[in-house]
Design a protein around this ligand. Structure first.
Ligand SMILES: NC(=O)c1ccc[n+]([C@@H]2O[C@H](COP(=O)([O-])OP(=O)(O)OC[C@H]3O[C@@H](n4cnc5c(N)ncnc54)[C@H](O)[C@@H]3O)[C@@H](O)[C@H]2O)c1
Length: 425
């Protein structure tokens, strides 16, 4: 066991000792499947895995799997030699494939991790489940709602595990916050805000001597392979909205445009969608990739507080405001600032909203607590060994994907898109 692994295990064990998190894990049963107890139950067994598409995300999964005791990467497949070589260097001894169908014939592979571009998820997942493999497929689940549904049905028919890459479901601060939101502690949810702002062209470098690789490498920018910001970014925020409210939106309107990066791409660089839940609550998703000031946000607005999930903070509506001087002294006492300029508005007195907030997960350990990605991999390994589908995890991922596809349909077709009965599972 390497150092990171020991730290991660210690971290999970420590979390297990936080009463609130134990209760949260009980409320969201998929989390049980990555606890030390669940991992101990699979002891002595190994999940033999094949990775299809070890590009940027796939390589991260490989790094995490190398830290997981009961994971063994036995096969790698990529049709881009440079990426296959990078992965092979991390896992010497793994069998190498350039044809994913051949990897699926490999009897030593129990489960596959599919981290290829969006348009391939459906075909690869269906074939893998039919070949008797357990499947972890990256988000978004597939290119159309119908494909997502077929993947779900295929998982049901074959009885093989299917997990979609929604790592926030395994992030301890999200689990704690969602438990409290769902308990009604902050009053009813009145609005959900998701956004992702970046300032960059979203392009990957194409080798100068191989310009023909443009579409292979920059698949995100072309409609044949991707549905742009909605499938590549929005799934996480939209899944949080259904998780927090316990409801599915019934409709969405949206607009999207190419505002800045007019470089031959086919997907928008600016989108804005409004989803409406049956009780009238709105959930927005907005993304722009030519201004990053607002960053990435997932806020649950309740009657009594706003919960900033990635920021690990709860902002009360009726916080007791103290003077700016009081804030300053407290901040220096807590070591938040070693010194503070007596200018600017960051600690301005009583500006009528809570700027400081309460921390959600008090003793998060910097550098160890991640975003849930390694716990998601641990869950997949445990599930491959036990053959048991973790509860609710696929359904959450499925609806996250259905919603981002509905949003993109609304943008493209310039109409209100309603949740169809056929998509309800
Ligand atoms: N969960 C998350 O937070 C998260 C983050 C990033 C990416 N992703 C998802 O992961 C997936 C991959 O994204 P990425 O950024 O790693 O892309 P990438 O382009 O870096 O990697 C994709 C890999 O698939 C390979 N590939 C393409 N066609 C193939 C084929 N026919 N057979 C075998 N290999 C093939 C490519 O050569 C490449 O190595 C996407 O679905 C993306 O949305 C998820």
């Amino acid at each position: 066991m390497n150092k990171d692994n020991i730290n991660r295990r210690a971290f999970l064990e420590r979390l297990g000792s936080i009463g609130a998190l134990t209760a949260a894990a009980g409320a969201f049963p998929w989390f049980q499947s990555c606890t030390p107890k669940a991992t101990d139950e699979t002891k002595g067994n190994v999940a033999r895995l094949g990775i299809i598409g070890p590009g940027s995300r796939g390589l991260l999964h490989i790094r995490h799997l190398l830290d997981i005791d009961n994971a063994k990467i036995v096969a790698l497949c990529d049709n881009y030699p440079a990426n296959l070589e990078k992965a092979a260097a991390l896992v010497p001894g793994a069998k190498l494939y350039t044809d994913w169908r051949k990897l699926l014939e490999d009897k030593e592979v129990d489960g596959v991790i599919i981290a290829t571009p969006l348009h391939l998820h459906y075909e690869m997942t269906i074939a893998a489940l039919e070949a008797g493999k357990h499947v972890f497929c990256e988000k978004a689940m597939a290119y159309t709602q119908e494909q997502c549904l077929e993947m779900y049905r295929k998982h049901q028919q074959t009885g093989k595990v299917l997990i979609i890459g929604q790592q926030r479901m395994f992030d301890p601060k999200y689990l704690l916050a969602m438990k409290r939101i769902r308990s009604g502690e902050f009053g009813p949810v009145v609005n959900v805000r998701g956004y992702w702002f970046r300032n960059g062209d979203w392009r990957r470098e194409v080798p100068a001597d191989h310009p023909e690789l443009e579409r292979h490498i920059n698949w995100r920018l072309y409609r044949e392979y991707s549905r742009g910001l909605m499938t590549e970014l929005a799934c996480h925020q939209l899944q949080n909205g259904t998780w927090a409210t316990g409801m599915l939106p019934e409709k969405v309107i949206g607009t999207g445009n190419l505002v800045y990066w007019k470089d031959g791409r086919e997907v928008q660089d600016s989108v804005c969608c409004i989803y409406t839940f049956p009780n009238g609550v709105n959930m927005t998703f907005e993304s722009v990739i030519s201004n990053k000031h607002l960053g990435m946000g997932e806020s649950i607005l309740c009657k009594e507080a706003t919960i900033d999930l990635p920021g690990n903070r709860i902002y009360r509506e009726h916080a007791t405001y103290k003077s700016g001087m009081h804030h300053l002294i407290t901040d220096i006492e807590k070591g938040i600032f070693s010194s503070t300029a007596f200018a600017g508005t960051s600690w301005a007195a009583d500006n009528n909203r809570d700027l400081h907030g309460e921390v959600i997960l008090e003793d998060a350990v910097p550098g160890i607590e991640g975003d849930g990605s390694i716990e998601l991999m641990q869950t997949f390994c445990n599930s491959v060994i036990s053959g048991e589908q973790p509860k609710d995890v696929l359904e959450e991922g499925y609806y996250g994907s259905i919603l981002c596809l509905m949003g993109d349909d609304a943008i493209l077709q310039e109409r209100t898109v309603k949740m169809e009965k056929d998509w309800i599972i």
